[in-house]
Design a protein around this ligand. Structure first.
Ligand code: R5P
Length: 260
């Protein structure tokens, strides 16, 4: 692996090989998602507790100060919306040159395995990896996006393995029953999405189970920024990901911080 690519990955994955990515890219197909109506207001207080920020170039340019020390994972796929016909009808939306100008630490693209446009998204992943390898930019493949997916270990292992086989340097997926099987059959690090907002303790349990099952971290959005107390929540998730804290202790951290 080239030094630049390794160096960028080491900014995202900390010394313990774990990471907390804050996902705030939802607007690329959902528009002003609940909790992210004014991105700057939501993101700013959370930045210093995240190991990286995952977002689009539009929000990066307009809402994030250029002097932040946190590495950026730039979403570079899109082209559809929640009110469109087929979400999987995506293409690459940002050139590698612009990603480099923005000094990002990785680029992210969605992979729609089993959807109508799976072929195009897999080929796009391969092209992005070719470009990334040329300039030392790691690629994150985002799997299992879509409304009708059965997110079991068989399907998620299929998605993650296909992503890795096509050269993704790390993969974002969902936690599921028998998640260890997904981890074991994927030769690159896995981070999990949080999914729809659920009660804080349940979301902490998901993060805990994922780490116990071998995930390298979380790339969590709604369960942090839609929490009643987003800063308390990201700190509680952080304790799980980096300190191996139990769910009860992490929930205590959340409760103590939210009452201040
Ligand atoms: C989906 O395509 C986006 O990459 C989201 O950022 C992702 O689903 C993670 O966010 P959440 O934890 O809200 O599911």
């Amino acid at each position: 692996m080239c030094w630049g690519l390794e160096n960028r990955l080491s900014r995202i994955f900390q010394k313990d090989n774990h990471t907390i990515m804050l996902a705030v890219d939802h607007g690329y197909f959902l528009g002003p998602t609940s909790g992210l109506e004014v991105p700057k207001k939501t993101i700013e207080p959370l930045i210093s507790f995240a190991d990286s920020l995952m977002l689009t170039r539009g929000i990066l340019r307009t809402s994030i100060s250029s002097d932040i020390p946190v590495p950026i994972v730039l979403r570079v796929s899109g082209g559809n919306s929640i009110i469109g016909k087929e979400l999987s009808d995506e293409d690459i939306t940002v050139s590698m040159e612009d990603a480099i100008r923005l000094n990002v630490s990785a680029v992210a693209l969605s992979l729609y395995v089993g959807s109508e446009y799976q072929h195009r998204t897999i080929i796009n992943l391969s092209r992005l990896v070719d470009e990334g390898e040329k300039y030392g930019i790691p690629v994150l493949a985002v799997t299992a996006v879509g409304r009708e997916m059965v997110r079991d270990s068989k399907y998620l292992a299929l998605c993650c393995r296909i992503a890795a086989e096509h050269g993704a340097h790390f993969v974002k997926t969902y936690h599921c029953k028998d998640f260890r099987k997904v981890v074991e059959s994927c030769p690159v690090p896995l981070v999990i999405a949080g999914g729809k907002k659920i009660p804080e303790k349940d979301a902490l349990q998901v993060a805990f189970n994922a780490i116990q099952d071998g995930a390298s971290g979380v790339d969590m959005g709604r369960n942090i920024f839609q929490s009643t107390h987003p800063v308390a929540m990201i700190k509680a998730v952080r304790a799980i990901v980096h300190k191996n804290t139990s769910v009860d202790d992490a929930y205590n951290i959340f409760n103590e911080l939210q009452s201040k």
